[in-house]
Design a protein around this ligand. Structure first.
Ligand code: SAH
Length: 252
């Protein structure tokens, strides 16, 4: 079983202030974490990042820069989105402590903690990719922590939890990229069978996403679900070939 310190990656989305990236690196290193992933940082590398890292330059130097959230979380089995705000469709929620304990208990699972932009946080689309939302309890009139302070709290809780691991058995859930491909496939088939109108999709996809994310299907479950969708597509294709043949027969 690999240690929680190895399994957690801290993902920062589109950070505006390079100083915050440095402060995050410092917060991580003080708690023993080192995997930092930056998604489209506004200014990076930058002297302010190095200055604020003060001694955690190794975490900065080893940070990975990605062009999308999907790329940043590839290979992860659990993705937690950090958000102070409750969104339109409620999502499974955890406190920082629950998130840390849950992560510590998941054997070899790769974990991503995803943090949003300083000004606008995470978008709804980004939050929907996450399995759980984590909100740090704070003053309701002023709940928005500085980015590095939020990372510090999550890393501290994770450090405490790392020493009280109780490993659960069973298969790991499918990695997040497999689940994303399944959602794309599901959407295509729902459109093909005219269950979903792409012009007016409403909340159906978001609700189905939430359902499957809660169910935590493993790799084999996802393969079965994709198999069902492919079977539906084969039948549809057969029907449309038969329809075309009928049309051309009727026209002759
Ligand atoms: N103004 C933004 C908050 C930006 S703070 C908003 O309204 O969403 C930058 C990031 O720090 C957030 O996207 C979130 O990931 C994290 N963060 C700050 N305060 C938090 C809190 N109370 N709970 C959970 N995450 C928080």
């Amino acid at each position: 079983m690999s240690s929680l310190f190895e399994r957690i990656r801290i993902v920062l989305i589109a950070t505006s202030h390079p100083g915050n990236i440095g402060a995050v690196a410092r917060a991580m290193k003080t708690m023993g974490f080192k995997h930092l992933v930056l998604v489209e940082p506004k200014h990076y590398p930058h002297a302010d990042a190095t200055a604020r890292a003060s001694g955690a330059d190794d975490v900065l130097a080893n940070a990975t820069v990605c062009s999308s959230l999907e790329q940043a979380i590839t290979g992860c089995h659990y993705v937690f989105g950090l958000s102070a705000r409750q969104r339109t469709i409620p999502w499974p929620q955890m406190s920082p402590r629950e998130c840390a304990q849950y992560s510590a208990d998941q054997g070899d699972a790769e974990i991503a903690l995803v943090f949003g932009r300083e000004h606008s946080g995470l978008t709804n689309e980004e939050l929907e990719i996450c399995h759980y939302h984590v909100s740090i309890d704070a003053n309701p009139d002023y709940p928005s922590l500085n980015l590095a302070a939020a990372v510090q709290i999550m890393c501290y809780e994770s450090r405490l939890a790392a020493s009280t691991v109780s490993v659960k058995g069973g298969a790991l859930p499918a990695p997040v990229e497999d689940l994303e491909r399944f959602f794309e496939h599901l959407e295509r088939v729902m459109i093909e069978v005219e269950f979903l109108n792409p012009q007016q999709p409403g909340h159906i996809l978001r609700r189905l996403r939430r359902l499957f994310v809660k169910a935590q299907p493993d790799k084999q479950d996802v393969n079965i679900l994709r198999g069902v969708l492919s079977a539906v597509q084969r039948v549809l294709k057969g029907q449309s070939v038969a329809d075309k043949e009928n049309v051309s027969k009727n026209n002759t």
